[in-house]
Ligand binder design. Structure first.
Ligand SMILES: [Zn+2]
Length: 221
């Protein structure tokens, strides 16, 4: 199997959503002192490449441990939207032709190229999806989507007091779907019909989890 890693590295001080927990790690045991090495991790549920469970924006929604793993593993459609302007909306009409003949359960990944800005302030200025795209996908039986940016909805530049308006989240998570954020390396999927996997940690009752997202291509046998 040829595997492309679609996951951002997780490390101390890495970029997170404005106001989310700072990522850090510390040694709590060392080979020299203890004969073995162990680290402790401090991180939020939406650290790096991660999946949003319905509970993220839906009161009483499914938690990440309740997601059906079969929905996070399967054939993917890559939708290419290069050159979108900062903080612009990717309109349904722009991508409609790439959403033909979707099978229910296909995982749809939006490739904007914005992952190149990860760990810079420009990363917050990502383009975002027209809520009509989410509605169209749900009508096709597609309820798992991924983006190579921080958010399929607009991201505020700083932590805000008011509740955020997250229409794409509300569509997808409101329908019991899932959203994978902060994907990277989508340009390295150079073959048709990739198999995609983004399995979360089994975090009981929580709203999201980091994932190791990959695209797979069986070697021709
Ligand atoms: Zn998230």
């Amino acid at each position: 199997m040829h595997i492309v890693d679609l996951s951002q590295p997780v490390s101390t001080g890495m970029q997170v959503f404005p106001g989310d927990p700072v990522v850090s790690s510390n040694e709590v045991a060392t080979n020299a002192a203890d004969g073995f090495q162990v680290a402790e991790l401090h991180l939020g549920t939406h650290t790096g490449t991660h999946v949003d469970a319905p509970l993220h924006t839906v009161d009483g929604g499914m938690a990440v441990d309740e997601l059906d793993l079969a929905r996070l593993y399967g054939p993917a459609r890559i939708v290419h939207v290069p050159g979108a302007a900062p903080r612009s909306m990717i309109e349904f009409s722009t991508v409609e032709a790439q959403l033909n003949n979707l099978k229910p359960g296909t995982i749809v990944l939006f490739h904007t190229g914005w992952s190149a800005y990860f760990n810079t302030s420009a990363y917050l200025d990502h383009p975002y999806l027209d809520p009509d795209i989410a509605a169209h996908l749900l009508a096709q039986g597609v309820s798992v989507i991924g983006v190579d940016s921080l958010n399929p909805d607009p991201t505020p530049e700083t932590q805000t007091e008011a509740p955020l308006h997250l229409p794409v989240h509300q569509h997808i998570l409101g329908a019991g779907g899932a959203i994978i954020e902060n994907l990277t390396n989508l340009a390295d999927i150079t073959w048709k019909d990739p198999l995609f996997s983004a399995l979360p940690l089994r975090l009981m009752g929580l709203d999201g989890s980091p994932v190791r997202a990959v695209a797979m291509r069986p070697f021709p046998g």
